[in-house]
Design a binder for this molecule. Structure first.
Ligand code: SAM
Ligand code: SF4
Length: 332
């Protein structure tokens, strides 16, 4: 078992398998030239698997594969299958923009993937093009539908941005409601790679927007995790949307700096550059790339333990500072 210096058990790894992406979202990597890069520059998936196996042997129970865009990795399906073969009980999930998802949804499910988080910032073609610089709406929606059909458990992530897509908070929520899919609104987190001048909505503003149509009740704060969950009674949905659900609808808002979730933090990140990051809002990181490439499991374990020993008690988030960390490298 991996336990840090403050008694927290670390059993969740977020793994960024590439920093390359087929989108250029305004809040993430708008200034990178639009090309798909070279897969040969990514850490080989066999090497990432070396790390994952060590982590699982040490008691890691939950893995999220992210990026950049993880579906750009040509061997992503066998990679997921290898993880699931190694640890059939593993809780494995993936985060994607869904542009490439439709043909991969069933193979991913068959490989053992259970859950998928999909970014959906607009239901309007031109808006998706404006936010992500890619004319991708049709493919995204098709990807969501196919993933839903094949039985992947889906969550939708939206980042509301002032003057860009905040008028779609309700329509995206209702898109999720109709399908019984949870929507989570993520507060925009300022970072030096994002488009200059963009501004996000805060939790209270997102909630107020939803409450113009639906009464909401606080449901719960995720015990381990950053989202605050809210509930809309099913009879309100029937009255407003004409849709009959067999239970109340739950949605989430992720406001990472409102709540002190450091106390229960159970996670470590592996960045696309092969660095172990014990805390997203702290500057320390440990390079593990060479050890992964060599398949040196002793060295991987020793670096993983070092990372966890040095996991800070709290983030050192300064609300006036802009994070230098790139979401496309850390995986969000
Ligand atoms: N490409 C995939 C996608 O977009 O879903 C996976 C990687 S992306 C970095 C992971 C998550 O981070 C997405 O849900 C995205 O919306 C979120 N994200 C990226 N930059 C963000 C920012 N500045 N503030 C808040 N969320 C951000
Ligand atoms: Fe790509 Fe995801 Fe970043 Fe958008 S948020 S640019 S889809 S990595």
């Amino acid at each position: 078992m991996l336990v840090d210096g403050f008694g927290r058990t670390i059993d969740y790894m977020r793994i960024s398998v590439t920093e390359r992406c087929n989108f250029r979202c305004a809040y993430c990597m708008p200034n990178t030239p639009m090309n798909l890069g070279d897969e040969n520059e990514d850490v080989p998936l066999e090497s990432v698997l070396n790390f994952i196996k060590v982590a699982i042997i040490q008691g890691v129970k939950k893995i999220r594969i992210t990026g950049g865009e993880p579906l750009l990795r040509s061997k992503i399906v066998p990679f997921i299958a290898q993880i699931c073969d190694f640890a059939p009980q593993i809780d494995i999930a993936l985060t994607t923009n869904a542009f490439l998802l439709a043909p991969l949804a069933k193979p991913l499910k068959d490989a053992g993937l259970k859950r998928i988080n999909i970014s959906l910032d607009s239901l309007q073609k031109d808006r998706i093009l404006c936010i992500s610089k890619r004319d991708g709406l049709e493919k995204i929606l098709n990807g969501i539908e196919v993933a839903h059909q094949v039985g992947l458990k889906i969550k939708l992530n939206m980042v509301p941005l002032k003057g860009i897509n905040t008028d779609e908070i309700l329509s995206i929520l209702e898109y999720g409601m109709k399908r019984g899919i949870m929507v989570r609104f993520i507060e925009y987190m300022e970072n030096s790679h994002a488009k200059e001048g963009i501004m996000g909505l805060k939790l209270a503003e997102i909630l107020a927007n939803i409450q113009t149509k639906y009464p909401t009740r606080l449901f719960e704060k995720e015990v381990i995790g950053p989202a605050t969950l809210f509930k809309i009674p099913q009879q309100e949905i029937k009255a407003n949307l004409g849709v009959e659900l067999n239970r109340d609808y739950i949605f989430g808002i992720i406001a990472p700096h409102n709540d002190d979730f450091c106390k229960t933090c159970n996670r470590v990140r592996l960045s696309s550059e092969g660095k172990l990051i014990p805390c997203l809002y702290h500057n320390n990181a440990i390079d593990i790339k060479e050890a992964m490439l060599r398949g040196d499991t002793e060295e991987i374990l020793s670096r993983l333990k070092l990372c966890i020993e040095n996991k800070p008690e709290k983030n050192d988030w300064d609300t006036n500072a802009i994070s230098q960390r790139a979401f496309y490298q850390t995986g969000g």
